[in-house]
Design a protein around this ligand. Structure first.
Ligand SMILES: [Zn+2]
Length: 302
């Protein structure tokens, strides 16, 4: 999966501007250890790759620069810019490793992987190395680091490296919340909140038929609503469905500013949808469970 995002400058212009200025500055005022936190891990990865591009570009660093480094980073084939997850990791030699994780594998970024990073860094590089740490599922959807997939033992093995990395090396950690990563890493990193971006236009055509006037639905329609939403999710991006439900609710709020009971109810419902969205995107809860819970909350109260 490609995570480079060519429109990232429009999505989070302030952050891009900050790093761009820091990187072109003679003193390179950017920490070699960066931690991003927020709900949109893919966006964080896009930011990390853009930083990698700015650090490696040999020309004017413009968004449409076509130098070899920029092209490699857009294609994610740059030899020194790497996304490290528990699932994709080139392990030099694990055949004689006694680390149980390497055989059963895949639960976390383990110590042998930490050692291979340290080895790799001992060889000098012509490029600016950028190592991005996060998690992903089998389908390539990016997920945040936490203390399960990036355990204390691994970060302890890398701590000295994070503290005093070789020249031209930057580590970037992608997380949901700073507290998800052990404090020794957090304390060595410069942290940035990356706001989630709604990639939509505020519309709700996708869900309108399903949820129009849902607050008037009879309670015994809860299963119908659940099935309709699951049907929409099966054919569309899950995130889009939830975001469009929120868009619809916001429209209703705007139109019902003076209808206090409805206003409060929908304000509350918006939070339920946000919760559901997070459960699906971050906690990877079963989609059917999430939608079922949501429909019960939306219809069975009051
Ligand atoms: Zn370039």
């Amino acid at each position: 999966m490609l995570y480079y995002d060519s429109s990232i400058g429009q999505k989070i212009p302030k952050l891009i501007d900050y790093f761009h200025k820091g990187i072109i500055d003679e003193d390179k005022n950017i920490s070699h250890c960066l931690l991003f936190w927020g709900t949109d891990i893919t966006l964080q990865c896009g930011l990390a790759l853009e930083i990698a591009r700015l650090l490696n570009c040999k020309e004017d660093k413009s968004t449409d620069c076509n130098c070899l480094n920029c092209r490699w980073i857009r294609e994610q084939t740059h030899p020194s810019v790497k996304i490290y997850t528990r699932l994709d990791f080139k392990e030099a030699d694990t055949s004689n490793s006694d680390d149980e994780d390497s055989s059963k594998g895949k639960r976390n970024i383990n110590i042998s992987q930490a050692k291979s990073i340290i080895n790799e860094l001992s060889i000098s590089s012509d490029y600016h190395r950028v190592y991005i740490f996060c998690d992903r599922d089998e389908d390539g959807n990016l997920l945040p680091l936490n203390q399960m997939n990036f355990p204390e033992a691994t970060s302890n093995a890398l701590l000295k490296t994070f503290e005093e990395p070789p020249k031209n090396t930057t580590f970037i950690f992608l997380t949901k919340d700073k507290t998800d990563v052990i404090s020794t890493v957090v304390s060595r990193a410069q942290s940035f909140f990356v706001p989630a971006i709604m990639s939509d236009d505020g519309g709700y055509s996708l869900v309108e038929n399903a949820i129009a006037n849902y607050w008037t639905f009879d309670r015994n329609k809860v299963l119908d609503l659940e099935n309709t939403l699951l049907g929409l999710i099966a054919e569309n991006d899950t995130k889009d469905v939830f975001i469009q439900i929120q868009n619809y609710m916001r429209e209703i709020l705007k139109a019902n500013f003076h209808n206090k009971p409805l206003f409060y109810r929908i304000t509350e419902d918006l939070k339920f949808v946000e919760e559901a969205l997070q459960q699906v995107t971050l906690s990877r809860m079963n989609i059917q469970t999430v939608v079922e819970n949501l429909c019960f909350k939306l219809l069975l109260k009051g």
